[in-house]
Design a protein. Sequence first.
Length: 131
Amino acid sequence: MATLGFVEYKDASPEVKAVYDDIMTTRKIDWINNFWKALANDPATLKRTWQDIKQIMGPGTLDPLTKELIYVAVSVSNQCGYCIASHTASAKIKGMTDDMFKELMAVVGMANETNRLSAGYQVEIDEQFRK
């Protein structure tokens, strides 16, 4: 259960309903997921987070699938089960295959391993990388 519970659409303030409506319109869906319903306990945080997500995950130089793959990778590294589930589902909608997911997990695992080794050994950065 979410720490402060969920704010359902029917119980939401007009300010929260406006954000919910924008989420559903933007994503072309007819429901609000638990992440947004939990954040709705603080309407300012809900609105700010939605605006940031909409801007960052919207059209840009990176294609939508690449953005979702990055989101999954970071979520795995941060061990956020909710975000892993949510963004894996979104990545699948955007074209991620099972083989892509397996390769992504291999890269995430390798990056985490070598990051920790480099940090543990306190490896100095090569001058060539600074150019």
